[in-house]
Design a protein around this ligand. Structure first.
Ligand SMILES: [Zn+2]
Length: 549
C-alpha cells in the first residue's frame, strides 16, 4: 500500500516536477526527491542480482591473462551494447581495450576496473583448498572477474534513472587490460581517453567495502623492464671458449641486484623472472632475457632504480662480451586519490553497508582461512574506516634513526597514472575472502560464489549512488578539482614513464593462452543451461575439509 503510494508519487514527480537543469545547465533536484531516487536506485540494483551473478561467473570462466582478454571484452561489450552503450574497440592501439559510452554533456563520469587474471591460478570456485579446474592454467586468482560487472550494473541502473528524470551527463566504462603487467592505463592517458573526464570512479575487488584518499604507505609505482641480452652460440662441450653466453649476462645482472638489495629504501620492491634462459645445455645461449619490476614510492625513486638497473645490465655485458637492449613492458605512477570524492563515496558506503553473509558463505571463508593457516575470522561484519593518507615527514628520504613514517612499499596499480590526470578514487568491495596471499589460487576461491555476487551488488550500489551524487551536485566535482589542482598536483606534476618508441606490450601471454584456451573453452559458463557456474561444475557450496565444518 505504502509502496504503491510511493510509486504514484514518484511517477507524479517524474512527469510534473520534471527534474531539470538550473541556470548553469546543471542537474537540479529537491532533497526529498533525491532521497526517493536514491532508494529507488538501490532497489533497482537489488533487482539486478541475477544479471550480476551471470556476468561475474561468465568472466570467471573465461579466465584470460593480460592482453589476451578477447572473450571477456567481447562478452562485456556485448552486454553494454545491448543496453544502448556506444562501443569503441581497440582503443590506444590495444586490441582488447574499449570504451563504452552513453549519454551526453557534462559531467563525464568514467568507470573503470581490471579484467585480466593470474598465471597458474586455476581454481575450482567454492572449494576451500587448492583444487585447479585445469592444472597449470591461468585463473582469477585476484578476482578481476568482478569489477567490470559491478560497473555495468551501476551504469545500467543510473542510466535508467537519468532517462526517466531527464538528467544530463555522460557515463563511460572501460576495462583495465593487463593490469597484472600494469601495461595499459598510461597508454590510455597518452591516447587522451581522460581529457574531457570530470571524475573517475575506479573499483577493485577486496575483502571489505572501503575507499581512501591521498597517497598510501603501502602502495608503489613501478616500471616493468625486460632486458634482452645477445651473445654468440657455440658447442658447449666442443668449443665453449668460442661462445659468449647471454645467460651469463642475465645471471650476473641478477647477482648484482641481489647484492644491491641491502642498500635500498624500505619502500623498494624489486623482482624478476628469466623470460629466456636459453634453449638447451649443449648450446651456449646466444640470447637470454630477464624481466624486472622496479617499484618505489615516487617518480624520482622509480627513475633512480631504473637507472641502476640499466647500469647493472651494462656491467653484465662488459663482464661477458655481450650486448643488450631493453623494452618497457609496463608502468604505473603511485596512486593519489581524491579527497572530496572519497568522502562522498564513504557516505554511501555507510548507507549501503556490508552484505548479509549466509552460514555457507562464512563456512567457506573459515574453511579457506583454516587451510591457509591464517586468522580464522570469516567474512567481515564491519566496514572499514575512511582511509586517510600517509603523511610524509621531513627528511624521510635520508632515513636514519630520526625518520618516522617512511613509506613501506607494496603492490601497484596503473590506475595511478589516471589518478594524476583526473580526480579518481578506488572503491574496494567485499567479493573476496580475507587472508589470501594475493596472486594465488586462494584468491580465486570466492570469485564465482555467492560471496563474490553479494559483494558486487553492494559495490554496485555504492558506485551508483556516488554517480548520482556527482550528477546532482556539481559542488562535489568543483571541490574534487580544487583538491586535484591546488593540493595533489601543486608540486608534483605528472610525467609519463613511456619513452619515445615504447609501445603497448600486446604480445604478452599469447603463447600461454593458446596452450590452455582450447581446454578452458570446454568449461565456459553456459547460463542458458545452468543457474550458476557452481551448478555447472557440480560443486557443492561450500566444499571445505570435514574438520573445519
Ligand atoms: Zn588487481
Amino acid at each position: 500500500m505504502l509502496k504503491s503510494a510511493l510509486a504514484v508519487l514518484l511517477t507524479f514527480c517524474a512527469v510534473h516536477v520534471a527534474l531539470s537543469q538550473n541556470a548553469f545547465g546543471q542537474n537540479k533536484v529537491a532533497p526529498d526527491k533525491e532521497a526517493s531516487i536514491k532508494a529507488d536506485l538501490a532497489g533497482q540494483i537489488d533487482g539486478m542480482k541475477k544479471q550480476a551473478q551471470v556476468m561475474v561467473d561468465s568472466v570467471f570462466s573465461f579466465g584470460e591473462l593480460g592482453m589476451q582478454e578477447f572473450e571477456t571484452s567481447k562478452y562485456l561489450t556485448g552486454v553494454l551494447e545491448k543496453e544502448g552503450f556506444k562501443i569503441e574497440r581497440g582503443v590506444a592501439g590495444i586490441p582488447t581495450a574499449w570504451v563504452a559510452s552513453w549519454g551526453s554533456g557534462k559531467p563525464v563520469i568514467s568507470l573503470g576496473s581490471d579484467i585480466d587474471d593470474i598465471p597458474q591460478a586455476s581454481q575450482k570456485p567454492g572449494v576451500g583448498w587448492h583444487d585447479p579446474m585445469i592444472e597449470g592454467a591461468p585463473g582469477h586468482g585476484e578476482g578481476h572477474n568482478s569489477g567490470v560487472p559491478l560497473n555495468i550494473v551501476a551504469a545500467i541502473a543510473v542510466k535508467k534513472i537519468m532517462e526517466r528524470e531527464h538528467l544530463k551527463g555522460t557515463i563511460r566504462l572501460w576495462p583495465g587490460v593487463a593490469e597484472e603487467e600494469v601495461a595499459t592505463k598510461a597508454y590510455y592517458v597518452k591516447a587522451g581517453l581522460f581529457k574531457d573526464v570530470d571524475v573517475c570512479l575506479f573499483t577493485h575487488v577486496g575483502a571489505n567495502l572501503g575507499v581512501g584518499w591521498g597517497g598510501n604507505m603501502n602502495t608503489n609505482g613501478l616500471v616493468s623492464v625486460e632486458y634482452l641480452f645477445k651473445g654468440e652460440s657455440a658447442h658447449a662441450a666442443g668449443a665453449p671458449w668460442r661462445g659468449r653466453s647471454a645467460l651469463d649476462a642475465v645471471e650476473l645482472m641478477d647477482v648484482g641486484w641481489n647484492f644491491r638489495r641491502e642498500h635500498l629504501r624500505l619502500a623498494t620492491r624489486l623482482h624478476y623472472v628469466i623470460t629466456n634462459g636459453g634453449d638447451q645445455p649443449n648450446v651456449v645461449p646466444p640470447t637470454a632475457s630477464v624481466w624486472y619490476y622496479y617499484r618505489e614510492a615516487d617518480y624520482e625513486h622509480i627513475m633512480r632504480l631504473w637507472e641502476i638497473g640499466d647500469n647493472m645490465a651494462k656491467a653484465a655485458t662488459l663482464m661477458t662480451d655481450t650486448t643488450y637492449t631493453s623494452r618497457l613492458l609496463g608502468q604505473a605512477w603511485p596512486g593519489h586519490f581524491n579527497k572530496a570524492i572519497a568522502e562522498a563515496m564513504y557516505e554511501n558506503i555507510k548507507k549501503v553497508g556490508l552484505p548479509t553473509w549466509s552460514d555457507a558463505d562464512q563456512a567457506l571463508a573459515k574453511g579457506l582461512q583454516t587451510e591457509l593457516k591464517v586468522r580464522v575470522n570469516g567474512l567481515p561484519m564491519k566496514i572499514m574506516p575512511l582511509r586517510a593518507p600517509r603523511v610524509a615527514t621531513a627528511g624521510e628520504d635520508e632515513g636514519g634513526f630520526g625518520a618516522q613514517n617512511q613509506p613501506t612499499g607494496g603492490g601497484s596499480d596503473d590506475i595511478g597514472d589516471i589518478s594524476w590526470n583526473v580526480p579518481t578514487v578506488v572503491l574496494s568491495y567485499p567479493s573476496n575472502i580475507p587472508g589470501g596471499p594475493g596472486h594465488n589460487w586462494a584468491n580465486g576461491v570466492a570469485m564465482a560464489t555467492p560471496i563474490a555476487h553479494k559483494g558486487v551488488v553492494a559495490g554496485a550500489k555504492v558506485q551508483a549512488l556516488t554517480m548520482l551524487d556527482l550528477l546532482l551536485h556539481q559542488e562535489i566535482i568543483d571541490k574534487a578539482w580544487d583538491y586535484f589542482n591546488n593540493v595533489q598536483t601543486k608540486e608534483t606534476k605528472y610525467k609519463t614513464f613511456i619513452r619515445d618508441g615504447d609501445v603497448p606490450a600486446i604480445w604478452l601471454n599469447k603463447g600461454i593462452m593458446e596452450k590452455y584456451r582450447p581446454q578452458m573453452k570446454t568449461m565456459y559458463y553456459d547460463p542458458s543451461k545452468y543457474d550458476t557456474y557452481l551448478e555447472q561444475l557440480g560443486i557443492k557450496y561450500p566444499t571445505v575439509r570435514a574438520e573445519t565444518k
